[in-house]
Design a protein around this ligand. Sequence first.
Ligand code: SAM
Length: 227
Amino acid sequence: MKIDAVTIFPDYFAPLQLSLLGKASSAGIVSFGIHDLRSFATNNHHAVDDTPYGGGAGMVMLPEIWGLALDPLMVDDTDLIILTPAGKRFDQPMAVELSKAPHLVFACGRYEGIDDRVRAHYSSHQYSSRNIRVHEVSIGDYVLGGGEVASLVMIEAITRLLPGVLGNPDSLSEESHNEQGYLEYPNYTKPAVWRDIQVPEILLSGNHGEIAKWRVAQAKKRAADNL
Ligand code: SAM
C-alpha cells in the first residue's frame, strides 16, 4: 500500500517511523510520502490561506495550492481522504474497506479547513472514471486544530490490518469492533494477585470451555455497559 499525506506540518508524521508502522515501512508492506503543502505556495509570503468569501472568522485554505499538491498524487485507483469534523465518522468497517485500497492520500486541513472546490474538483467524473474516490472523514465529534493527528489515527487503524503488519494475525479476529460489533473481554497476565486484586479464578482453571464462555459473557457485559 502507498500512503501519501499533504500537510503544512510534515513533522507531525514522524511517528510513522516507530513501532509497527516503522517495521511495516522497512518491510516494504507500506510506503509513506509526506508532502509539505507550503512548498507548493506560489505567492511571495508562501501563504496557504486567505479570508473566507461571505465573511466570518478564520481563514480558508487556498484551492490553487491544494490543486498543485494533489494533482501529481491522483494516479488511477486512489482514495483521497479529506479530513474534516463534518465528514463521515471513521470506524472499524471503514478501516477494513480502506485497508483493501492500493493508494491512500490524506489531505490535512488547518484553519477553517480547505476550500470546498477541492473536494468538488476531485469528485468529478474526470477522476471517478479513473477510480479516484473522495471521502470526507471525521475521526470523532470534536474539533482538532488540524488533520494531521486524525490522519495518523486512520493510518494506524488501517495499516495494522494489512497482512504481515501484526506479529500474530489471530489478534485481529478476536478484537473489539469486529464485524459483530464485539468488544473484547478484559485481559490479565502474571502475577495472579497484584495489589490484592486476584485474576478471575476461571482463567486459572485450565478449563478452556468455561474460559471461552466466561469471555463471551464479559464481552457482552462490556457492550451492554457502554450503551
Ligand atoms: N471550521 C471547521 C468546522 O467547523 O468544521 C473546523 C476546522 S478545524 C479547526 C481544522 C482542520 O482540522 C480541519 O480542516 C480538519 O482537517 C481537521 N480536523 C479537525 N477536527 C477533526 C476531526 N474531528 N476529524 C478529522 N479532521 C479534523
